[in-house]
Design a protein around this ligand. Structure first.
Ligand code: DGL
Length: 279
């Protein structure tokens, strides 16, 4: 079902959402590339992680979140979650054809141009790796570049990051468990195919060593957003600095802690109850 009419204003905020705090690894690039823009961040922490949930649940959450953010008059939507992009971006674009919608997908193309061994490890959620969208991308890139992709579902990793365990023994063990077999199969490039993983990039680097390429897609996503806003003449026109507001379906203190710890930002956080989110 297509949405009736959406009016987009240049000075309106950009909505960014993820299952939880992972999308902050995208928000930081959006903020540094587009510092004048106002941002609304939505962490669906009450429903995280998405990575091992049925697709129908993720689609339903994505539609509810988009509808909620539209009530806050966003002018563009960033689906800052690989899992939600794979499951729901086509549906969101069909439902809101006038809204600029930017998604995140694992950076297979940049990885294919970086690898020297011809073997690339892809770290992502089980749902992303099993999705039709991802499998299509993989076969396209593998064919064009004759690269072998080793797919590694990292069950539990986003959950630990979500809990703020960025360097706990358990998180370290999970990283070792997922990264070591890829290195043993000669992967020289690792794709961070989940927006939570950049927050444990150092742990991954410690296991992988200095010579392995690590590919994150936060910056290209911010550039794609900038392109879309420019094309649609929707870049903010006001000179005053934009504002930052965050919503969560989980705990407000957890999200404000994540903002300050991960991005050194103070964000005003509001809790959204799911009863206010029906679409
Ligand atoms: N951050 C998300 C992603 O990029 C999902 C993590 C999760 O909720 O499982 O895939």
């Amino acid at each position: 079902m297509a949405d009736p009419v959406i009016t987009l204003h240049r000075d309106a905020p950009i909505g960014i959402f993820d299952s939880g705090i992972g999308g902050l690894s995208v928000l930081r690039h959006v903020q540094s590339l587009l510092p004048d823009e106002s941002l609304l961040y939505f962490a669906d922490s009450g429903f995280a992680p998405y990575g091992e949930k049925p697709e129908a649940v993720i689609v339903d959450r994505a539609v509810s979140i988009a509808a909620f953010l539209l009530t806050q008059h966003i002018k563009a939507l960033v689906v800052a979650c690989n899992t939600a992009t794979a499951a729901a971006i086509a549906g969101l674009r069909a439902r809101y054809p006038d809204l600029p919608v930017v998604g995140v997908e694992p950076g297979l193309k940049p990885a294919a141009s970086l690898t020297r061994s011809g073997t690339v490890g892809v770290l992502a959620t089980a749902n992303t790796l099993a999705s039709e969208k991802f499998l299509k991308l993989q076969s396209q890139v593998a064919q064009d570049a004759s690269v072998t992709f080793l797919l590694q579902a990292c069950n539990g990793l986003a959950h630990h990051i979500e809990k703020g365990e960025l360097s706990s023994r358990e998180t370290q063990q999970l990283v070792e468990q997922y990264v070591k077999p890829l290195l043993a199969q000669h992967a020289d490039t690792l794709v961070l195919g989940c927006t939570h993983y950049p927050f444990v990039e150092q742990l991954i680097r410690d296991v992988a060593g200095p010579d392995v390429n690590i590919v994150d897609t936060g910056e290209p996503v911010a550039r794609q957003l900038q392109r879309l806003l420019t094309q649609r003449d929707l870049l903010r026109s006001t000179a005053a600095a934009g504002h930052l507001l965050a919503y969560t379906t989980g705990s407000s203190s957890t999200l404000s802690l994540a903002f300050s710890k991960l991005l050194r930002l103070d964000a005003l956080v509001q809790v959204v109850s799911t009863t206010h989110m029906s679409h």
